[in-house]
Write a protein that binds this ligand. Structure first.
Ligand code: BTN
Length: 331
């Protein structure tokens, strides 16, 4: 067994035990290695920032986990079948999407997840930048290989939007909402952004990268002054920091659930949940489309995820891309 997998197993044992001690003998039996080897790995974990108490005749107990998005910490207790089986952690990178895309091209398995502490060139939608300071947020890219035709790929945006909103709600209790096509908001302020990128031929998808950025512990003064849309973080909303590791684990679990549901039952259950999380149904909106602004009332989504807008003339317009802004008044 490699040192890395030994440390992963030890963390999983600690996770199972909660606040209890695990004896050196128990760890050694579970891993099939000597107690001296266990002690070496405990020391290595301490160097990584894990606070591990050792008490003679009782064993070891995990007192605190560093809030660094290390694979072993996220994977301890992770309940997924596809997503996050392989996690690549980078202290710094240009863009996790870029890194995951390169891994996809070299054959990385479905579910491979790239997480970074800092991005020097975080990519946003429409060629914008995603503000990615170190030590505070979640920046991750998850590689999937769905066997679906390329024209179905835009539907996957709804899979990740629902997963992110559910993960925020589950880990903070805050009422996260989705904004068409792919933002996640709290109280009308953007807390997360999604950028899916794919490699495909006309007929077939090679892979899709779910790019997800969530503002977790960022302070108001860390946001750039020229943001197009008001932004927030979980820390600003809650008035306290959240555990990045616990959030990352919850997010991977939600993504695993919604992605597998999509593969099994199609997009309908995902869109149904998305519409429950969408505040602008039946609202008057203005949409900035590539062809210019359009006003109307939101009438729903079609199965491709296009927004259906009822125009003042009564005609229905199918919108494939654009920025939606609520106007006062509900129908
Ligand atoms: C948006 O413009 O709202 C989308 C932002 C997506 C940001 C995430 S952070 C992780 C991943 N890597 C990137 O370079 N971008 C996405």
């Amino acid at each position: 067994m490699s040192s890395k997998s030994a440390r992963k197993e030890i963390l999983a044992l600690f996770h199972q035990r909660g606040d209890d001690f695990v004896s050196g003998a128990q760890i050694s039996r579970a891993l099939g290695v000597s107690r001296t080897a266990i002690w070496k790995q405990i020391e290595a974990l301490r160097k990584l920032g894990y606070d591990i108490e050792a008490v003679t005749s009782r064993g070891y107990r995990l007192r605190a986990t560093p809030d660094t998005l290390l694979p072993g910490a996220i994977q301890a207790g992770l309940q997924t079948t596809l997503i996050g089986r392989d996690i690549v952690y980078l202290e710094s990178t240009d863009s996790t999407n870029q890194h995951a895309y390169t891994l996809g091209e070299s054959g990385a398995v479905e579910g491979t997840t790239v997480i970074a502490d800092f991005q020097s060139g975080g990519k946003g939608r429409l060629g914008r930048r995603w503000c990615s300071p170190a030590g505070v947020n979640f920046y991750g890219s998850i590689l999937v290989r769905p066997v679906i035709p390329s024209y179905c790929a835009p539907r996957l945006t709804f899979v990740s939007a629902v997963a992110v909103a559910e993960a925020i709600q589950a880990s903070s209790g805050l009422p996260a909402r989705v904004k068409w096509p792919n933002d996640v908001l709290i109280g009308g302020r953007k807390v997360a952004g999604l950028l899916n990128e794919m490699s495909a031929e006309t007929e077939r998808i090679h892979f899709v990268v779910f790019g997800i950025g969530v503002n977790l512990n960022m302070d108001a003064e860390q946001f750039p002054p020229d943001l197009r849309y008001p932004a927030t973080s979980l820390r600003i909303e809650l008035g306290r920091s959240v555990s990045r590791v616990a959030f990352a684990r919850e997010l991977l679990q939600q993504l695993d659930h919604w992605y597998r549901l999509y593969l099994q039952d199609g997009i309908a259950p995902v869109l149904a949940r998305w519409q429950e999380l969408f505040d602008l149904m039946d609202q008057q909106v203005e949409i900035e489309t590539p062809q210019g602004p359009l006003r109307g009332v939101v009438a729903g989504l079609d199965e491709d995820g296009a927004l259906l807008l009822r125009l003042p003339s009564g005609a229905r317009e199918r919108i494939l891309a654009g920025d939606v802004r609520p106007l006062a008044g509900k129908e």
